[in-house]
Design a protein around this ligand. Structure first.
Ligand SMILES: *Cc1c(COP(=O)(O)O)cnc(C)c1O
Length: 417
């Protein structure tokens, strides 16, 4: 979204205020041109014989977004059986889906095996059971490289105390299971969840995985996970994907030569591909001035957009309705009966009740983490594509809140007359 003649416009000249008028508030809007731009950047950054980008669909799992990724040639990284099924419904070839669960039962993994998707296993116990149940199904091994860097404690998943992956120190045990069951290890994988700030640091982490890859002679691919960072505020660090691409490609090509086979280089970004494509629009219901603060209370809350409260994430907030005139500082809060602050003392053009504000970087982990807390409806979603807006999810209704609730014949229902 750019500012043009004092008003904001989305790709193709689409007016966001008109979209809000048409579909109501609160509203998630995604700009497909931004997703395409990010995907192409990533695709262009690596110079290897075979590259596969698997979009981590937990970031934003609307089926139209999944289809856009399929259309661009992307694969899918999934973390639940349900995401696998969504991916198949979106039309992905099963072999273009990798299933990377954590702490699920063998039963759920068996369902994924039945669908023919790639399986990534992250603990020895399941690996043993898997080897006995499906000795002919190749697997990928999720390695815990014991790296702790950057990011957030909740999303940092590659350190020594993390529940994710099989410790690099347990590789002899993995080899024993492989030998005993005859399993073929087709891939090795790591995803640390750490923000890639310095490509050189990432490269030294990658070396740990390459050392392990050497010990598995039947590989088809090496999956370096994600960690690609996007800017959330002005001056924020962004992963230099172009520089990273040059470094990793060179190292990977050398490795393939040494290994004696052209392996596929895999990544599974979520945030990098969709974060900046998303906008969340909410309406200001109440301006409340206290002796210390001016609150702007909006028609949304942690039920729709939890990253600021859950991760202390910073999301830029702008006044969409008014771009000219004096600016003031606002603490933007939600309507949930719990403290739900979107941003503290944010400078923006003076707000009036009824104005629409925009929260930026709302593409990744925003709608997909929304809930019905306080019995509120989850918002609608709109995709802007080729200068047109398309409704891709309806706003919920009371019927949705009652769906699956069973009115047991226990207490007399007192109906309003
Ligand atoms: C969540 C997740 C990703 C995507 O992480 P981003 O920070 O959104 O790029 C990749 N791989 C796995 C296994 C994940 O769980």
């Amino acid at each position: 979204m750019i500012l043009e003649n004092d008003r904001y416009v989305l790709s193709g000249g689409v007016d966001p205020l008109q979209i809000v008028e048409q579909y109501g508030c609160p509203l998630y809007v995604y700009d497909s041109a931004v997703i395409e731009r990010q995907y192409k950047r990533m695709e262009g950054a690596f110079n290897v014989k075979s590259l596969k980008i698997n979009y981590a669909c937990k970031a934003l799992s609307n089926i139209n977004i999944l289809r856009l990724f399929k259309h661009m040639g992307s694969g899918l990284d999934t973390v639940s059986w349900q995401e696998v099924m969504l991916g198949l419904q979106a039309g992905f070839d099963p072999q273009d889906i990798i299933y990377t669960p954590n702490c699920v039962s063998l039963d759920e993994i068996a369902e994924a095996v039945k669908e023919g998707v790639k399986i990534n296993i992250d603990n020895i116990s399941i690996l043993e059971q898997f080897g006995q149940a499906f000795p002919d199904t190749p697997v990928c091994i999720r390695v815990n490289p014991h790296i702790m860097a950057g990011g957030n404690v909740k999303t940092s998943v590659g350190h020594i105390d993390s529940k994710f992956g099989i410790s690099i120190h347990q590789m002899p045990l993995v080899q024993r299971v492989v030998e005993a069951t005859g399993l073929r290890v087709e891939g090795v994988h790591m995803h640390t969840g750490s923000d890639i700030l310095d490509p050189e640091v990432f490269l030294s982490g990658a070396e740990i995985l390459l050392n392990i890859a050497r010990e598995f002679p039947d590989l088809d691919y090496i999956d370096f996970g994600s960690g690609f960072k996007v800017p959330y505020k002005p001056g924020d660090v962004e992963t230099n994907i172009e520089e990273l691409g040059v470094l990793i490609s060179e190292r990977f090509n050398d490795f393939c030569e040494e290994y004696g086979k052209d392996l596929t280089l895999m990544f599974e970004p979520g945030k990098f591909l969709v974060s900046e494509a998303g906008y969340f629009f909410a309406q200001v219901n109440v301006i409340k001035q206290t002796t210390s603060t001016v609150f702007a209370g909006v028609d949304s809350g942690l039920n729709h957009f939890i990253r600021p409260m859950f991760y202390n994430a910073y999301h830029k907030i702008t006044n969409l309705s008014r771009t000219k005139g004096r600016s003031r500082f606002y603490t933007v809060v939600g309507y949930i009966c719990e403290t739900d602050t979107f941003g503290i003392n944010r400078r923006m053009t003076e707000l009036q009740e009824g104005d629409i504000i925009c929260m930026h970087n709302a593409g990744a982990y925003c709608f997909s983490m929304a809930s019905n807390y306080n019995s509120r409806f989850r918002p609608a979603e709109v995709l802007v594509h080729d200068g047109q807006s398309h409704l891709i999810r309806e706003r919920e209704t009371l019927e949705d809140l009652m769906r699956n609730q069973v009115e047991a014949p226990l207490f007399e229902a007192v109906k309003a007359q």
